[in-house]
Design a protein around this ligand. Sequence first.
Ligand code: ZN
Ligand code: ZN
Length: 409
Amino acid sequence: MSQNFDLTSSLTHDDLEQLISDRRHFHRHPELKYEEHRTAEVVAQRLSSFGYEVKTGVGRTGVVGSLSYAPPSGQTGTGSSQTSPRTLLYRADMDALPISEENAVDYRSRNDGVMHACGHDAHVAIALSVAGQIAAQRDRLGGNLKLAFQPGEEGGNGALAMIEDGVLSDPQVDAAVGLHVWNNLPVGTVGVYTGALMSAVDEFDLVIQGVGGHGAMPQQTVDALVTAAQVVTSLQTVVSRNVSPLDSAVVTVGKFNSGSAFNIIADTATLRGTVRTFNKETHRRIPELIERVIRGVCESMGATYKLDYIRQTVPLVNTAEISDLVADYAAEVVGVENVVRDDSVRTMGGEDMAYFLERVPGCYFFLGTRNESTGMIHPHHSPRFDIDESALAIGVEIMTRIVRGYLSR
Ligand SMILES: [Zn+2]
Ligand SMILES: [Zn+2]
């Protein structure tokens, strides 16, 4: 991949140094979901110093920085027939994971058992740098910018918490953007997809109740373990027989507990699993399809069951207009040949950015951070996860252009 980016044009040497040092600072001091107090404090302080209006405690530990449109003098507006200025929300998530870092780098986590193993440290650093760039060109801004530093992305649905606290209103947000550093893409490339980029994530907990007994007298029992084994196999047909072959879905049973001894027929079995879907209609229908299989198998075996079906996130769907805009600006920075727009960028992983994009049009995209030659190859959520930091400046360049472009006068 080509790596000859010329980014010095808008980021000064000091900007680049600050960007790397911010990312390393957040990496050293990771905080779990809804405990991002220290991170939020740094963010709030920096945004204030740039001249943003700052709100803290949005969605518990979230921070919102707003830069409002200031009409040029002489156009103070009341008599003007111009349409009201647009508002763009740029979201960066701040939380880390309960993982012990195994990297021997000097910016290694100082918080035992907690690690920025998904790259949200980079998201905060990039967004702060963009905040500075945009504030410096404030007079060129033709609309309102809201920077949402979100807590609790990792299983905390922090996006929903911020939405409930009104981040999408006053002023009403017209579009939302965000990025994720991405070790599945080489540094110097960017993945921009129109449509469902990431899947809905559901979870289920199933308890099957039978009647236990002696291993040699099955006629007196209802074998919960055999029933559960049949449920596991039958669940595979939900995707293969009930979902269109042109759509994608995954049903995974990841946990199976049953039985206490080799010669005892188990009275209960518990199964836990996850369901991933891209299509909204499939997402809506799938709990019912799963329960139908469970009910059928349990009835035929004489067992009863209790199913808890938990919705985690909705599918993340990017709209065409904003995705095209993002792809155009990405191409200006990395070259059109390095903007990946095909199906290969899609993932069955989930992201609560989906909740913003469920309510307003927008685009969430992937910033390539993989580098084979420096060993930055470990997957997200791995204790060895790390990124090629040269991607940070690319992220800042692209995001600054998106904000400026979308909110241009
Ligand atoms: Zn993650
Ligand atoms: Zn993440």
